[in-house]
Design a binder for this molecule. Structure first.
Ligand code: HEC
Ligand code: HEC
Length: 458
């Protein structure tokens, strides 16, 4: 299995050729905007189109936010990652409310395709309300840590938590196994992908009514010897289910955006194509990578360094109760039964496991939250780990009026109140809107042929 590379590593590796092109351009011409063929007439810019002035430093930073999509990444420690039949089964499970203990909540309840795989709420509600905002799952496979506090080190272990969390889906391993075994189609697909039969066990937990009819069709007859190995270990089925779901989530990479077209046009030196990018967005981008310093943290093709930061948001869950953020995330990750150092991780990604091994919680991690990717950010209001900011414009107010008192003493050297003018604010907003894939509110098609139980397991 191909190990997903470290986020920064791949950003560098991917941009090196682009930088070379850029340097060549800079070296060969007085201006990076001189047309490649001097004899060719360059169409004069229309009044509302054209290119603003980007310094070589601006250009290098802009280039580093691509290319998109990046090289394929795969969920660490998940032997099903990238397999089409696992993705198809995982998709069914992602939308299946029967996996929750009351038969009413699925992953898709809080990661809704029509909400760009977030849910539009400040804080999500499953069986009851949780403390944090649901992040979009687009491009999650390109994250290095999962959850706002990074309490999981793989997509599959992150997928176990909501299944078991009493406020999210409230299930347990026996319930998940029972649902999988009792539905003949799920059981058939499980056997085809995993290569083992799930044995039907007496229900140890109430199963949602939807499965009651399916129970009659249980594929396993104890009288006949099963042709493939059977599995009756609840926890193994739970982990497999999470890995299958994670195979689906890991396949969700959003498409190219207006920004990506602009960035690639710059790299090619295609002035005419680059000029199609709105001037306001160009000014906003220049501010983003320049004076505003946003690109210090929201960097690389994901517009995130994959790390954690403190931008001076309050982090109270309710009066008197604090969300420890990254500090608690590290403690939880190290203690997790399902981290990449656990026996449940499939062999393969040594680098990813090493990152987990070397983590140590430090006091400065208290109140830090993950730097979120800004791809499709215009579609995923409200914002921040607790959904405490309603609109993108209000996020800009936060950065404009930053309260330095709130930042850690040893905290972010990177932040200062930016005092945006009305024009700068409009430009930054215009830029952030160009990070949207127009199809991020559609469910991507997945090939999903019917399962034939007569077929031998692979
Ligand atoms: C009750 C709503 C809810 C349900 C149900 C739910 N999630 Fe989430 N999801 C969240 C919230 C809230 C977070 C942020 C969690 C945190 O920071 O601790 C999250 C985070 C995640 C992340 C991390 C994304 C990132 O970029 O860090 C992944 C992956 C994920 N969920 C997948 C799933 C899967 C798979 C399921 C179903 C098995 C699921 N979720 C069910 C609300 C939900
Ligand atoms: C020091 C690193 C850092 C810098 C610099 C920075 N950010 Fe952030 N940004 C973060 C972190 C960390 C969060 C999440 C904070 C939280 O949830 O409490 C965040 C959250 C956001 C969000 C909310 C996204 C979401 O999905 O909830 C937006 C939008 C955003 N930043 C835009 C910007 C812009 C625009 C700038 C420049 C003006 C900027 N950021 C500068 C670290 C940074």
């Amino acid at each position: 299995m191909k190990a997903p590379l470290h986020c920064r590593q791949w950003a560098l590796a991917a941009t090196r050729p682009a930088l070379l092109v850029l340097l060549a351009l800079l070296a060969s011409t007085a201006s990076p905007w001189a047309p490649a063929h001097a004899a060719e007439p360059v169409p004069g810019p229309e009044p509302s189109r054209g290119l603003i002035d980007f310094s070589p430093a601006d250009m290098a930073r802009i280039t580093s936010h691509g290319p998109w999509p990046p090289a394929q990444a795969l969920d660490a420690g998940n032997r099903f990652a990238g397999q089409p039949d696992a993705i198809a089964l995982g998709r069914r499970l992602f939308f299946d409310v029967r996996l929750s203990i009351n038969g009413a909540v699925a992953c898709a309840s809080c990661h809704r395709p029509d909400q760009a795989l977030a849910d539009g709420l400040a804080r999500s509600v499953g069986l009851s309300a949780v403390d944090r905002n649901s992040p979009s799952l687009w491009n999650a496979v390109h994250e290095r840590w999962f959850g706002w506090d990074g309490a999981a080190d793989s997509l599959w272990s992150q997928s176990i938590r909501p299944l078991l969390d009493p406020r999210e889906m409230g299930a347990n391993a026996a319930h998940v196994r029972q649902v999988m075994a009792a539905d003949s189609d799920l059981a058939c697909r499980y056997r085809a992908v995993v290569g083992r039969r799930i044995t039907a066990a007496p229900a140890t937990s109430p199963v949602a009514p939807a499965t009651a009819t399916a129970t009659a069709n249980v594929a396993v007859s104890p009288a006949k010897p099963a042709p493939v190995a059977t599995i009756d270990d609840d926890e193994a089925v739970l982990v497999d289910a999470a890995k299958l779901i994670a195979a689906y989530v890991g396949s969700l990479v959003s498409g190219r955006t207006a920004f990506d077209e602009f960035r690639d046009a710059l790299v090619r030196g295609d002035r005419a194509a680059a000029a199609a990018y709105p001037l306001a967005a160009q000014r906003g981008l220049k501010l983003f990578v320049g004076r505003a310093g946003c690109g210090n943290c929201h960097v690389g093709p994901m517009f995130s360094n994959g790390e954690f930061g403190d931008i001076g948001r309050p982090f109270f869950i309710r009066p008197g109760v604090v969300d420890p953020g990254r500090q608690g995330g590290i403690v939880a990750l190290r203690a997790s039964r399902y981290n990449l150092l656990s026996r449940w991780a499939d062999a393969g990604d040594v680098d990813a496991a090493l990152k987990t091994r070397h983590l140590a919680a430090q006091h400065r991690n208290f109140g830090e939250f993950k730097v979120p990717s800004l791809r499709n950010v215009a579609l995923t209001a409200p914002y921040m780990h607790d959904g405490s900011i309603a609109l993108l414009d209000d996020v800009l107010t936060h950065y404009s009026e930053l309260d330095l008192e709130r930042l850690h003493a040893d905290g972010e050297q990177l932040l200062k109140p930016l005092h945006f003018s009305a024009g700068e604010r409009a430009d930054l907003l215009a830029f952030l809107h160009t990070l949207t894939d127009a199809r991020a509110r559609e469910e991507p098609p997945v090939s999903d042929p019917p399962c034939d139980d007569a077929q031998p397991a692979r």
